[in-house]
Design a protein around this ligand. Structure first.
Ligand code: ZN
Length: 317
């Protein structure tokens, strides 16, 4: 091939790459977290119980709920949206979980118009909502499964802590106080390798799913696409869950893959609980649609690579 032909074919490749459309993105991997308590069942008396999940095999293991992971993503998205001055409704501007339901502009509107109005907000659009008046709901464009501790790779302990008041020990025996400053409490600490899965559906960004037209411009769809991906980066680089003031998690290894589809096909997403998950995903998806990562740095780089693409548009050529 002459030099001109090489140049032409590489520029064609570049044009193709520049116009790459992404329909869906899936994340599947394993992350090792030590000495954390990111998610708990609740507190009864002075005992906080960790999250437990039962697998199909009947084995009990440790977990971090999808609700917690989605909340962490929403929080990261909100901070980035504020930073980039992305459009937010009055509720999402203050990270209220009410989202579009608190948007007074929607009241009295027809369902189709109410949905278009709600979709102007970056968080309502990407994370979904439920509005009561008029009744309209939107499914999130990001989905999270539980992060599940591999059954043979997790440990947990209950630790007793004491809040000690200065001078408490020197108080004489007969002396009584209505509320003791000294308090004993029990908190769990867990360590494990967790299997995680998540799906992002760029094709649905800004899509009014009543009349199946896009309520926001292509430029805004592209900005939101990058916003959601950057929120993934922000959450993966440091998970902010419960009890991080005293149980800031020790993150160690992360490994896995990102799988994407360019046309209207769902991404295959086999659970990383199983050792063969990567092989099976690779066997189903085309090799060019699978990006592997083996560290936090490569995970960040692989997410960045996705940002050069555009969200798929339903019905577009
Ligand atoms: Zn909103």
């Amino acid at each position: 091939m002459c030099r001109h032909n090489v140049a032409r074919s590489s520029s064609r490749l570049k044009v193709k790459k520049m116009n790459e459309k992404i329909y869906e993105i899936g994340f599947a991997g394993r992350i090792r977290i030590d000495a954390h308590s990111l998610n708990n069942e609740g507190t009864v008396g002075n005992v906080t119980e960790p999250r437990t999940i039962v697998l199909a095999s009947g084995e009990k293991t440790d977990g971090i709920s999808g609700e917690m992971l989605k909340h962490i993503h929403a929080d990261a998205l909100w901070q980035l949206a504020k930073d980039r001055k992305a459009s937010l409704c009055s509720a999402c501007n203050n990270l209220s979980p009410m989202k579009a339901d608190a948007n007074k502009k929607l009241q009295g509107m027809k369902v189709e118009s109410a949905l278009n109005e709600a979709l102007t907000c970056s968080i309502c659009d990407s994370h979904g909502f439920l509005v009561q008046d008029p009744t309209v709901n939107r499914k999130s464009t990001v989905e999270f499964g539980w992060a599940i501790g591999l059954p043979d790779k997790f440990h947990r302990d209950m630790h007793v802590h004491t809040r000690v008041a200065s001078g408490e020990k020197s108080r004489s025996k007969g002396e009584e106080s209505s509320v003791s400053e000294q308090m004993i409490y029990n908190r769990p600490t867990r360590s494990g390798t967790y299997a995680f899965i998540s799906v992002f559906q760029p094709w649905r960004i800004g899509l009014n799913e009543i009349n199946y037209t896009y309520a926001v411009e292509d430029k805004v769809r592209k900005e939101r696409y990058e916003l959601v991906l950057d929120a993934y980066k922000a959450m993966m680089v440091r998970l902010e869950g419960a009890m991080t003031t005293t149980r800031l998690p020790h993150f160690e290894n992360v490994e896995g893959l990102i799988v994407k589809t360019e046309n209207a096909m769902p991404v295959p997403l086999m659970s990383p609980i199983s050792d063969g998950y990567a092989k099976e995903i690779e066997a189903i998806a085309s090799p060019q649609n699978v990006q592997k990562f083996s560290s936090f740095a490569t995970l960040m780089q692989e997410i960045d690579k996705l940002k050069t693409a555009y969200p798929y548009k339903l019905g577009a050529q």
